[in-house]
Design a protein around this ligand. Structure first.
Ligand code: UDP
Length: 486
């Protein structure tokens, strides 16, 4: 096999990935970039300039447009101007998305055309569901395109059935209607992605964009899903009959033989959290994170803090800084909290979550159930305490708790308040760290999923077969193009 440096740029198949912003998008795209590069492709990771700024600030010299060898292939980075420098426009989410599309269409098209001039024509564009218009650019340039679906296959099915009006969903007349979908458990209205229930705000904007992707579903030649067949067997089987679905997850497993420092963090990691975990007993720490976007409000933050304090349990809690453009308000810890915790808990702004989850001291994960966090918990065999916030997280929580049976869920007050009270948080933390037989079963199930996840990506595993089929298809497209140009 030839080494990447022996390959000329144009002899490698060039796959061009276009990620939306937010760590929950950047991570699976970068993971796919690595997977494809390790198989001998030249991969460009592309995203709006806002992401570029954040990634370059944290990852220093690694985020460059020159191809960097990775496995048998190479990775390079390129970002498109997104108009984000106008702060007054950024505050209006709908306008920001419209501007992103307008400037994105123009600038991304230029960047894609430039690839030909620079001797690395693109064989395939892989894009994000929040960029449905990228399908149209691909089509206009005659470049085949694929969608990387970064939520569960169950959510894909929900959006699909909703968009094409195939089954009844909650409505103004029946807001609490149960939803019955093929090959899925009955979903209560609050198990659905919140986008589908909201009639205003940024979630309505995201719903419109997401559903646009479903209207454009005939354009991608396949839909890659960061999940695995064994995890969502029935719904994958059902949706595969309707769409060219290919489960290729968990994407986070990298080839252990490839040593690379390329990371996609958009926030600086606090290095000492792993050292701190090293100092804690095995299976003693609850890891708490609500992902890269959601920030529970001040009242909820106080309740979590007192729940933790009263439980007496060790914890590592990520409290990320809120960027200026966030729709969430910054929060602070209650006065004197850290001194009362007295070393048994640690607060960090950002951590290497994959490492934290695979650390022997980590017992449970109190999570917002973002799909990346869910797949990372599954891949590390760590049971969860579900505290979904918005978007697909409610559906993921339903699956993690009731279908995968690897966790418990924080319950709201009976008085209808949205706030989870400190007593409930303390109760769940104590339950999760007890030797109750139900907890033992959850731990066992989490370990079982970890094993199945490993098998899916191992040689001849379901995801490994699917990714190889995708790579082979890209090679065919590339060979055909070269013949046409010869
Ligand atoms: N993450 C991380 N460090 C942290 C918190 C989160 O690396 O301190 C990563 C996490 O591993 C996951 C991503 O951020 O890959 C969050 O994605 P997810 O889909 O779970 O949630 P979102 O941020 O989209 O709500």
């Amino acid at each position: 096999m030839s080494s990447p440096s022996q390959n000329t740029k144009s002899s490698l198949v060039h796959v061009f990935l276009v990620s939306f912003h937010g760590q929950g998008n950047v991570n699976p795209f970068l993971r796919l970039a690595k997977r494809l590069a390790s198989k001998g492709m030249l991969v460009t990771f592309c995203a709006p300039e806002l992401v570029g700024k954040e990634m370059r600030a944290v990852n220093m010299n690694l985020i460059i447009d020159q191809p960097t060898p990775y496995g048998d292939g190479m990775i390079r980075f390129e970002f498109f101007e997104d108009g984000s420098s106008d702060q007054s426009i950024i505050e209006d989410f709908d306008l920001r998305m419209q501007m992103l599309e307008q400037t994105g269409r123009r600038n991304l098209t230029k960047i894609l055309k430039k690839q030909d001039d620079e001797g690395r024509p693109v064989s395939c564009i892989v894009h994000n569901p929040f960029f449905p218009w990228v399908c149209e650019i691909s089509e206009s340039l005659g470049i085949p395109n694929a969608l990387l679906w970064i939520q569960s296959c169950a959510c894909f099915s929900i959006y699909y059935h909703y968009n094409f009006n195939l089954v009844p969903f909650p409505s103004e007349l029946e807001p609490e209607k149960d939803v019955i979908l093929p090959s899925m458990p009955v979903l209560k209205h609050d198990d659905l992605p919140t986008f589908l229930l909201k009639s205003s705000g940024f979630e309505l904007v995201l719903k419109r964009i997401m559903l646009n992707q479903f209207n454009n579903l005939s354009k991608p030649f396949c839909v890659l899903v960061d999940s695995f067949q064994e995890l969502e067997h029935e719904v994958v089987r059902h949706m595969s009959k309707i769409c060219p679905i290919r489960t290729i997850g968990p994407l986070l497993f990298n080839d252990p033989e490839i040593v690379s420092h390329i990371r996609g963090d958009c926030t600086n990691i606090e290095e000492d959290c792993i050292e701190w975990l090293d100092s804690r007993p095995t299976s003693s720490v609850v890891y708490i994170s609500f992902g890269s976007v959601a920030v529970p409000d001040q009242e909820q933050t106080d309740e979590i803090a007192f729940g933790l304090l009263n439980s007496g349990i060790s914890f590592l809690w990520v409290m990320k800084p809120t960027p200026g453009y966030s729709v969430f308000q910054p929060v602070v810890l209650p006065d004197g909290f850290l001194s009362k915790v007295d070393g048994r808990g640690k607060i960090v702004k950002w951590c290497p979550q994959e490492q934290v989850l695979s650390h022997p001291s980590t017992a449970f994960f109190l999570t917002h159930c973002g799909w990346n966090s869910s797949m990372e918990a599954i891949s590390s065999g760590v049971p969860i305490i579900a505290y979904p916030q918005w978007g697909d997280q409610a559906t993921n929580a339903k699956y993690l708790v009731d279908v995968f049976k690897m966790g418990i869920r924080l319950s709201k007050d009976e008085n209808g308040s949205k706030i989870i009270r400190r007593e409930e948080i303390e109760k769940c933390l104590r339950e999760a760290t007890s030797d109750d037989s139900k907890v033992a079963e959850m731990i066992e199930n989490a370990r079982k999923w970890k094993k199945q996840a490993e098998e899916a990506v191992a040689e001849r595993g379901s995801s490994a077969i699917n990714i190889q089929a995708f790579v082979d298809e890209l090679k065919n497209i590339h060979a055909k193009k070269q013949q046409e140009n010869a």
